[in-house]
Design a binder for this molecule. Sequence first.
Ligand SMILES: NC(=O)c1ccc[n+]([C@@H]2O[C@H](COP(=O)([O-])OP(=O)(O)OC[C@H]3O[C@@H](n4cnc5c(N)ncnc54)[C@H](O)[C@@H]3O)[C@@H](O)[C@H]2O)c1
Ligand SMILES: [Zn+2]
Length: 357
Amino acid sequence: MASIPLRLRDHSYEVLIGPGVRASLAETVQRLGARRAVVVSARPEEWVPDTGVDTLLLPARDGERDKTLSTVEALCGEFVRFGLTRSDVVVSCGGGTTTDVVGLAAALYHRGVPVVHLPTTLLAQVDASVGGKTAVNLPAGKNLVGAYWQPSAVLCDTDYLSTLPIREVLNGLGEIARCHFIGAGDLRGLSLPEQITASVTLKAGIVERDERDAGPRHLLNYGHTLGHALERATDFALRHGEAVAIGTVFAGRLAGALGRIGEERVREHQEVVGSYGLPTALPEGPATETLVRLMRHDKKALTGLTFVLDGPNGAELVDDVPHGLVADVLERMPRAGLADLVGEAVPGASSNDAVLT
Ligand SMILES: NC(=O)c1ccc[n+]([C@@H]2O[C@H](COP(=O)([O-])OP(=O)(O)OC[C@H]3O[C@@H](n4cnc5c(N)ncnc54)[C@H](O)[C@@H]3O)[C@@H](O)[C@H]2O)c1
Ligand SMILES: [Zn+2]
């Protein structure tokens, strides 16, 4: 088991990672001094560990559809009925959508009640549950209403991952792959729990330096500018992490075209992303101009576009990248059908066994 500390000025906590770590929930609740707990879980009841205190178990559903203010309101209503106080605790158990919506309910209820996350997807373990950002969607867009509310502990039980469909594994691996280029070093060849640990360690370090997104935290958006555009251009047929994987390969090529890195490092982007079984080519379909337009929208750029790009001093924010160059690099990227990009990403694998071992 690994224990990663996240030290902030007025709030510190541990992220535990490994098989079976959910069993430390009761100890965590006791340490917090809570007398009651509300557990909001999108997973089967048997997956929810004992809290050791008087507990209300609320079933939930993962998915963007339920990541709304009305879910927050419904949860808070249940907290009141149960008599939850500010010295008690809320526990989330589910994917990143569940940790996000439960995290926001915890942030708002009584102006903030402690929350412990039990993330059950790879993406939620390496990214969504760590760092204190919580949010819900509005009809106008994703994550438009939220708050910073750091959890009191995060328990990343890697046993939860054994039932994940392959596409959800790839979704998380996309975020792990981009860590290679923002300071985690080469994680290829490590076990999955080790890769999760390294990714969480990297994110924890970045959040410690920049809790509220004023600077270094933008490094976490490596590969995301094109990634977001690809998600939208494919109507979300690509999972977030898959789109980020392609965005990471593109970021390497763009940094190369700008002369910030050499050919070998550009190739390394392709190799690292490919080694995780992730897509490295653009999907057939969305025109180059469409992708550029979506990226402009993403960053509200008036002149050039802004990207996080690799360079002699590591990754950094680069402003004013000319549209023409961006379009040119996109044009030169290979294209493949969606089925080829993700359908057979792990040859012969009918479950995720091949990637999780
Ligand atoms: N707060 C942050 O900093 C942050 C960072 C990254 C992403 N996010 C958010 O996270 C969300 C995405 O999270 P996600 O990818 O986990 O999506 P998700 O919560 O929708 O879960 C993905 C799918 O996996 C299923 N699932 C979950 N656990 C499972 C398990 N153990 N076995 C089998 N199936 C399981 C779910 O039912 C769902 O179908 C987005 O809403 C995104 O905005 C937040
Ligand atoms: Zn991401």
